[in-house]
Design a protein around this ligand. Structure first.
Ligand code: IMP
Length: 425
């Protein structure tokens, strides 16, 4: 077998964590390829809820190797806290590996992130405040530090010293001794996890094992293809998995696009199908749409199939995992955006930024509970029709349907990738 990619097809928060957890049981490696602890991936098992930030979601299912890849940015403080919390909750983290090439998020990146947001005033992007942007800026500016640098604290101190002047000029007073002392403490905990993850990944691929690449955020937050500048600073689309983990495109077997049955967005930026009315409030309440990382209420709206068709193209999505279908159980009628008015011939991000208006088709609701369905055939007729409607409009099969947060609340349809997952229920 080879690599299955799991990526978010909307603005993040699609439920990638629970899909990765589900598919993990057929994989020997789960690897994060981009982003940092701005992500909040939730996995629920029985009465326990795990909130993963940078550690791959496969850790909960006990996957053999969980890789935090070269394309990620890692806050040592946040990683230590996450490893400790997982261990405290009985999750074995001994096989969580951090690429020595992953860049470090240091406290001054967080300061810079917050200062930049303050300066933007009303035009703030609504970042998660985790220092993601400034850490990626340092990476491309070639001034960053990497996880491998934690192995040589003398060199690391030297590199930090070289930056003090420039940071001071930007209003950031770096306390070198205190920063190095903190990093030394964190290094003790992290260094045993730091390794060449590229060699490990290829060893597993050569042995014919299944690898799951876990995306973070969503396609519409991608730094190039998203609704710029209201995006994150990493590559969130499927192509980012190759560049963020170090393997070639021919290894990829399937690209699973995770799609919420409606649309949400957290932070600033345009959102064509946003609902400011009772339906929006109902989606937020029923879907518990509050950010895992920041607790912010998420903006909610109807499913946008124009944006989804775009996500299918830019990612090469082969299968859809449709999540939170049950949230729609109480709606008498649903609207789905199938085209934009006034879109011109600009690319989708520019069309959205210029105020393209959604054109809706109405679809009847089902007004029945779906949470205990075990097979596609158990779903109410109108729920099945809603799924067929999506498939017809985007040309990709909906291979997984989740109707609740439990592992058992996932319907797997014929042809779904990672065969082992189907028998793992
Ligand atoms: P940053 O990634 O913290 O720089 O935030 C940039 C934008 O991406 C903001 O609009 C955030 O709300 C959004 N964002 C970042 N991570 C996530 C996520 O995991 N889910 C949803 N939105 C996110």
């Amino acid at each position: 077998m080879a690599v299955t990619l799991v990526i978010g097809a909307q603005w993040g928060d699609e439920g990638k964590g629970r899909v990765v957890d589900f598919l993990s049981r057929g994989a020997s490696v789960v690897a994060r390829f981009g982003g940092g602890s701005n992500a909040g991936h939730t996995v629920r098992v029985g009465d326990k809820t795990y909130k993963l930030r940078i550690v791959p979601s496969g850790v909960v299912a006990g996957v053999e190797h969980c890789i935090i890849g070269p394309g990620t940015v890692v806050s040592p403080a946040a990683l230590v806290a996450e490893l400790d919390t997982l261990e405290f909750n009985g999750v074995d983290t001994s096989r969580v590996w951090v690429s020595d090439l992953a860049h470090l998020i240091l406290p001054y990146h967080i300061e810079m992130d917050k200062a930049a947001e303050r300066e933007r005033g009303e035009d703030a992007l609504g970042t998660t405040g985790n220092g993601i942007g400034p850490a990626y800026v340092d990476r491309v500016a070639r001034t960053g530090l990497r996880a491998g640098d934690l192995l040589d604290l003398r060199r690391l101190r030297h590199a930090l010293f070289a930056r003090t002047h420039e940071l001071r000029a930007r209003g950031i007073a770096l306390d070198l001794d205190a920063t190095v002392a903190d990093l030394a403490r964190q290094a003790e905990r992290i260094v045993p996890h730091v390794r060449d993850t590229i060699a490990l990944l290829h060893e597993q691929l050569r042995a014919g094992r299944n690898v799951l690449a876990e995306g973070a955020q969503g396609s519409l937050l991608d730094v190039t293809f998203g609704t710029y500048p209201y995006v994150t600073s990493s590559v969130t689309v499927a192509g980012g998995a190759c560049a963020g983990l170090g393997f070639g495109p021919k290894e990829v077997d399937a690209v699973v696009g995770v799609v919420k049955a409606y649309q949400t967005r957290v932070g600033g930026g345009p959102f064509p199908t946003e609902l400011q009315d009772h339906d929006g409030a109902e989606l937020r309440k029923r879907g518990a749409e509050f950010g895992v990382v920041t607790g912010r209420p998420r903006r909610c709206g109807w499913l946008d199939l124009v944006a989804l068709r775009y996500a299918v193209q830019i990612n090469g999505i082969t299968h859809i995992a449709l999540t939170k279908l049950d949230v729609l159980d109480t709606f008498y009628q649903l609207s789905v955006c199938t085209s934009y008015e006034d879109a011109g011939d600009a690319s989708l991000p520019f069309a959205i930024a210029r105020g393209a208006r959604p054109v809706y088709e109405s679809v009847p609701g089902w007004l029945k509970t779906t949470v205990s369905a075990h097979a596609f055939e158990d779903l109410p007729y109108n729920a099945r029709e809603y799924i067929s409607f999506i498939e017809r409009h985007v040309g990709v099969p909906v291979s997984y349907v989740s109707i609740g947060p439990e592992r058992s609340q996932m319907i797997v349809r014929p042809g779904a990738p990672v065969a082992v997952a189907a028998s793992a229920r």
